[in-house]
Design a protein around this ligand. Structure first.
Ligand SMILES: [Zn+2]
Ligand SMILES: [Zn+2]
Length: 107
């Protein structure tokens, strides 16, 4: 399942939902490391963390691709991100790698 933004999650809920509750819940789940956060262009998307790459959860660090025509976000799970060696004194909390371009359907 593709990562969804808070707005997209709201639109999937049956009743008109309270946006601030949704965002508060997403933040809490992120802090508990249940979901992963993907910073895509100007919006933040969330995905359920998977335990391995077999399920539909979001697993591992990979490159994300944002199509600038259809605005969809793709998980390029085959493109794994290697950990960069950070300068002394810098500690990684999460990787965010985003490629922006035109997807195969919009070409
Ligand atoms: Zn596209
Ligand atoms: Zn992904």
């Amino acid at each position: 399942m593709a990562p969804l933004s808070g707005k997209e999650i709201c639109s999937l809920l049956p009743e008109k939902c309270d946006k601030s509750t949704v965002y508060r819940t997403l933040n809490a789940l992120f802090e508990k490391k249940v979901i992963q956060r993907i910073i895509a262009d100007h919006e933040v998307k969330y995905a359920l963390k998977g335990k391995n790459d077999q399920g539909d959860g979001h697993y591992g660090d990979h490159i994300h691709f944002k199509c600038s025509r259809c605005a969809r976000l793709f998980c390029l799970t085959q493109l794994e991100v290697k950990d960069y060696k950070l300068p002394a004194g810098f500690t990684k909390e999460e990787n965010q790698f985003l490629v922006i371009g035109i997807c195969n359907e919009c070409q």
